[in-house]
Design a protein around this ligand. Structure first.
Ligand SMILES: Cc1ncc(COP(=O)(O)O)c(C=O)c1O
Length: 431
């Protein structure tokens, strides 16, 4: 790609020929003073589909008209809602529908999965995690270990990149798995690290873990709806995610869990149980003893949050209409443009810490004045986020962002950097 004018023309061309561009109209774009903002925060809270309100209204109407009978009445009975989400989720996670359960929220599900999949046995009791895993994962694992009477500092092995801030080479992760193989019980990894935006080679990590005799669990908060996943074929043991980022399920949306089918019928499986995990046929017979469903829904505990399921269904239908493969292709082209344009226009004052293996997110590390850059971007209508101590994260997403927005962002970043640094010559430069 060439100079500024060509890039601008190129962005316009990509937008004109974008096969999924029209789906932007399906979303409500935040505005300030009557002007649409440029929202690059799909990694934080995905935008609201226009159809969400209608989907929730439909549930409210059912509730008003039929009360509790709405669980069972008609083609859109509340009982049938959960299963209607599974096909799309299976497509985008590379799972079989019966390996999925839409339930609870992410941190809760990690706790539930720890009960089933952390099985310390003799010397094999260590848990391998990435350094700078999302804090909630660290809290969940540490509290689970404390609950079991184990010392988290003796159990958790953290793999880091040296500086503790940057991407971790897949080889380092695999080398750590091999090195600890004799004592490793579980590898628990974020599919995409929330800070660096790195997408791990999850298939290779899972293979190494299997060879080491350890189970593998993933936190897919930043990966689901963002990148290709093959959870079944990779033989991931379990995975959990939230649905409010790239899945656009809304704030506090209902989360999801993948449990590989090889674990569905294990007799000795430890599991916290509730009536919604009981076989549907006998659930309402109110038996004293739990009879688990034959699939991943055996891990469900409670009555599902119907309005949240309906909101998620509204969003997933847009994925279906757009086509997952087309979205992935656009995501890759957007990333290529973003990385090339920001680097060319402003690259001396920051360093991109996101490796080539990534999804929508790019993390830019500013040795100086990063917070000021972030604030000026916000004032100019760009919604990105700031992560302490010195990183701006941005994530244009294929469903509702345009190439022209990426171009406008790159230009604005250049202008802000010029303004902020011109007074002091070259200080704050990396290269
Ligand atoms: C990587 C990651 N893990 C866990 C969480 C916590 O999710 P929840 O608040 O839905 O439990 C988040 C929230 O943003 C996250 O980004």
């Amino acid at each position: 790609m060439g100079n500024s004018t060509t890039w601008e023309q190129q962005a316009a061309h990509f937008d004109r020929t974008d096969p999924v561009g029209k789906f932007r109209n399906e979303f409500k774009i935040p505005e300030a003073e009557g002007k649409q903002r440029i929202y690059f925060l799909g990694n934080s809270l995905g935008l609201q589909p226009r159809s969400t309100a209608k989907a929730i209204d439909r549930v409210l109407d059912q509730w008003a008209m039929e009360g509790v009978e709405s669980f069972f009445l008609g083609d859109d009975s509340w009982m049938s809602l959960h299963n209607k989400l599974l096909k799309t989720l299976a497509d985008i996670t590379g799972s079989l529908p019966h390996e999925l359960s839409v339930m609870n929220q992410l941190s809760v599900n990690i706790h539930l999965m720890m009960v089933s999949f952390y099985r310390p046995d003799g010397k094999k009791r260590k848990i391998l995690m990435e350094s700078k895993a999302f804090p909630s994962d660290q809290y969940a694992v540490r509290s689970h270990l404390a609950y079991l009477g184990l010392n988290p500092d003796e159990i958790i092995v953290e793999v880091n990149s040296g500086s503790g801030l940057e991407a971790i080479a897949d080889e380092d992760m695999i080398e750590a798995i091999n090195r600890h193989s004799g004592e490793l019980a579980l590898v628990l990894l974020g599919g995409i690290n929330f800070y660096t935006g790195q997408l791990f080679d999850l298939g290779a990590v899972a293979l190494a873990a299997r060879r080491a005799g350890a189970l593998v669990g993933l936190d897919l908060a930043h990966a689901i709806g963002n990148v290709s996943l093959f959870l079944h074929d990779w033989e991931i043991d379990f995975a959990c995610w939230c649905s409010y980022k790239y899945l656009n399920g809304g704030p506090g949306a209902v989360g999801g869990t993948f449990i590989h089918e090889k674990h569905h019928h294990q007799q000795d499986m430890q599991r916290l149980t509730g009536w919604w995990g009981n076989k549907q046929e006998s659930r309402f017979q109110m038996k004293e003893r739990f009879e688990p469903e034959a699939d991943a829904t055996a891990w469900q505990l409670s009555t599902p949050p119907v309005m949240l399921l309906a909101a998620l269904q509204a969003s997933l239908s847009i994925f279906d209409a757009a086509g997952w493969q087309l979205l992935l292709e656009k995501q890759k082209l957007m990333q290529k443009c973003l990385a090339e344009w920001v680097e060319a226009l402003g690259g001396t004052h920051f360093r991109c810490i996101t490796p080539a293996s990534r999804g929508c997110q790019l993390s830019l590390l500013f040795p100086a004045k990063g917070r000021a850059v972030y604030e000026q971007l916000f004032a100019k209508g760009f919604m990105v986020d700031w992560r302490e101590p010195n990183v701006i994260r941005l994530a244009p997403v294929p469903l509702y962002n345009t190439y022209t927005e990426i171009w406008q962002f790159s230009l604005a970043l250049k202008e802000i950097l010029q303004e902020l640094f011109s007074a002091e010559g070259q200080s704050g430069q990396i290269k």
